[in-house]
Design a protein around this ligand. Structure first.
Ligand SMILES: [Mg+2]
Length: 371
């Protein structure tokens, strides 16, 4: 069996509500785009992958650069046997440094095919379920402390127990009040943490954390550099959730050796895809570091990929997953069910990723490569 066609689609997702101090100018017309790849084999099997590159003000990538890299990778994929997916990935890595979002989308699509060739959902192909479901985290966006408290109450009513609270949009005193309000809102079995998305400088971070460190808050990526994160952790005694500074196993080992990381965030578009995530997740399990397994954003395709992987890990190793599926952009007809703050790979999951793509949502292809 060989891959004979690679088709690329773009889906616009305008619902990204991730708060960050970074901003874009409207003049550039930046929007959040998911690049979706369809791989077709000569046997008729179809594999799907997705990558969502954040805008370049947030991460040194763009949807356009991802699609250019997919075009460079295409000759290595066309003609390849999808069950030889390690070989395909090796060829891609040997040919190209960087461009992790492009590697990730191809990797996901090849895994979808590999599962379909084997007749197994990926969770089974990867050794079977260790858990039956996973907690989903919810995002409490920038607002006053009172409004963030109200958002938590609303999410709690839907069954959520994990709350990522956004901080870092300018006023350190406001962030102090948000941290105090968030910590006071927690009930038994719940957890919240505070994501600055690199927004604080070290002076702001110390000013804020010196006032709240007695509450033992968990802080996500307080500053731009890893060095400043280490300084903050040592001065306050607080372990951190590290996100934008974790790219590979060297970063993970370094943060563990430095004693600054309590939780790691692994993003497909940063590590280079689900294969690299599987490796890092195994490393994280052995290091005893809980992980968020995710990408920058996405649709039901990305949710399925991270869900399969998370189900092969022990419960204590997975801090939580994002629910990416947007009902208003139904790229996937049968997204994995999220109920009562938890998500699961269905028992009757079909082979591969186990989701069916809705072609009408994809529109016309933006690129096509044939053998
Ligand atoms: Mg983050």
């Amino acid at each position: 069996m060989k891959i004979i066609r690679l088709t690329v689609y773009i889906v616009k997702l305008d619902a990204w509500n991730v708060g960050t101090r970074y901003s874009a100018t409207d003049k550039l017309g930046l929007s959040l785009q998911s690049s979706i790849v369809r791989l077709e084999t000569d046997s008729g099997l179809i594999g799907w992958g997705e990558t969502l590159t954040p805008p370049p003000f947030y991460h040194p990538t763009s949807p356009e650069s991802a699609r250019a890299a997919i075009g460079l990778i295409a000759p290595l994929v066309l003609g390849a046997d999808p069950s030889q997916n390690r070989r395909i990935l090796h060829d891609i890595r040997s040919m190209m440094r960087g461009h992790e979002p492009a590697k990730s989308v191809i990797d996901m699509a090849v895994w979808d095919l590999a599962g379909k060739v084997a007749g197994l959902p990926l969770v089974e192909l990867w050794g079977g379920r260790v858990v039956n479901d996973m907690p989903v985290l919810c995002l409490v966006n920038f607002a006053s402390p009172e409004e963030q408290f109200a958002q938590i109450v609303e999410f709690r009513a839907q069954g959520y127990k994990l709350f990522q609270i956004k901080v870092g949009d300018g006023d350190p005193n406001l962030d102090v009040a948000r941290i105090e309000a968030g910590m006071s809102a927690m009930q038994p079995g719940e957890r919240c943490w505070f994501d600055a998305n690199r927004a604080w400088n070290i002076d702001q971070a110390m000013q804020i954390l010196n006032q709240v460190k007695h509450l033992a808050p968990l802080i996500e990526q307080p500053t731009e550099t890893y060095r400043d994160c280490v300084t903050i952790s040592r001065r306050t005694g607080l372990g951190l959730m590290l996100d934008e500074v974790i790219h590979d196993q060297d970063d993970l080992f370094r943060a563990v050796n430095d004693g600054v990381i309590d939780v790691a965030v692994l993003k497909l578009g940063t590590t280079g895809g689900i294969s690299e995530h599987r490796h890092l997740a195994d490393v994280g399990v052995r290091l005893g570091i809980p992980m968020r397994i995710e990408d920058y954003y996405g649709t039901g395709l990305t949710l399925a990929a991270v869900c399969h992987l998370a189900h092969t890990l022990p419960e204590h190793a997975v801090f939580g997953l994002y629910d990416y599926h947007l009902p208003e952009v139904p790229v996937v007809k049968n997204p994995f069910p999220v109920a009562n703050g938890r998500v699961r790979v269905p028992n009757d999951c079909q082979p591969g990723l186990g989701v069916e793509v809705n072609p009408e949502v994809l529109g016309d292809p933006v690129a096509e490569y044939e053998l």
